[in-house]
Design a protein around this ligand. Structure first.
Ligand code: MG
Length: 335
């Protein structure tokens, strides 16, 4: 019988250049498995991530704006999809492995807490040893998904998820593409959302951004992506030209000062930390309130670890529901 996976692996000898990772050359999975007849190992990783629960929860997790009322603000899920699209475009143009790139991109934010970086800061304060969303991302795919069995992803996908924001070597150019695509996506869509929220007006961004990147969202993304492809072609590193690097740096600094640290946009954030800390302490004091699978993790990996896994996996809305349930007295209902 024909084997579409083998056909694709042969095609990759042409489509994926010498700097990319070919599926047939993957270093494998933590637990050995028989190959699929239809899909390469990286295609399988894409499917496993897309079908996992943590991926669906991204829909209800904050990107930057807490619980925004409007339908058009980005969530962690739409951010993830935008990163995947940008990363695939760059990867294809550079003849890297698009499937591996997509798997890393779809998995790159699975470890994010509710309420974005405010949530991450709170858990980092209280969990012994600290909390970082990229380490949690690897824990989600290795340990928490599929009732504690994990997704058993390829090592190249796992390394890419772990290292998408840190400076240490990431192991593949595909992972480097995702890391840069993450930044390209968020500075641009957060500017768009900040204008939607009335925090910035069109044209507020620095002149160098308008001049070198463009005045519209689509134009800016296209300018940066084109530059990355032209500058990185044939190199064993993913980078931008000096002129675009400078504009992107000014753009990033501008977003930090005007949006990410803006007291209007972030006005509710101080409340978020207290809510998460209270919930965390409550479960540590009363472990029997944890769902059964997290009680099992508590037995095997320690209580504080299990509570951190549970709380970090919550969506924004679920946190509020749990908080109401645990700490807000219910009014009497007379029937
Ligand atoms: Mg991200």
């Amino acid at each position: 019988m024909a084997c579409p996976r083998e056909d694709r692996e042969r095609d990759e000898l042409v489509l994926v250049g010498p700097l990319g990772v070919r599926a047939a050359e993957s270093s494998g999975r933590p637990a050995a498995e028989a190959e699929c007849a239809l899909r390469t190992c990286f295609q399988r990783d894409i499917d496993r991530i897309t079908h996992c629960k943590a991926f669906r929860r991204l829909k209800h997790k904050t990107q930057v704006f807490l619980q925004p009322e409007g339908d058009h603000y980005r969530t962690r899920l739409t951010h993830t999809l935008e990163v995947a699209r940008i990363a695939r475009t760059i990867s294809r143009a550079l003849r890297l492995n698009e499937d591996l790139t997509e798997a890393i991109a779809l998995g790159h934010d699975l470890g994010h807490t509710p309420f974005g970086h405010a949530g991450e800061r709170a858990l980092n304060e209280i969990f012994p040893g600290g909390f970082r969303h990229y380490e949690q991302g690897l824990r989600v795919v290795d340990r928490l998904e599929k009732d504690g069995r994990g997704l058993n992803l390829c090592n190249e996908t796992r390394t890419g998820i772990l290292n998408h924001t840190t400076g240490i070597p990431r192991g593949s150019l595909e992972a480097d593409v995702v890391r840069l695509s993450d930044r390209i996506a968020y500075i641009n869509h957060d500017l768009d959302d900040a204008e939607r929220a009335g925090i910035l007006a069109p044209g507020d961004e620095p002149e160098i951004v308008r001049e070198r990147l463009g005045e519209r969202n689509s134009r800016r993304i296209n300018s940066i992506v084109t530059d990355v492809i032209e500058t990185s072609r044939g190199q064993d590193v993913i980078l931008m030209s000096p002129g675009i690097t400078e504009a992107v740096q000014v753009f990033t600094d501008f977003m930090y000062s005007e949006v990410y640290r803006n007291p209007v946009a972030k006005g509710e954030e101080s409340k978020v930390g207290d809510i998460l800390l209270n919930i965390w302490r409550h479960y540590v004091r009363s472990p029997r309130l944890l769902p059964e699978d997290y009680q099992r993790i508590a037995e095997e990996d320690g209580l504080e670890r299990a509570v951190t896994d549970y709380v970090s996996g919550m969506t924004d809305k679920y946190v509020i529901d749990v908080y109401m349930d645990l700490f807000i007295p219910r009014s009497w209902q007379v029937r």
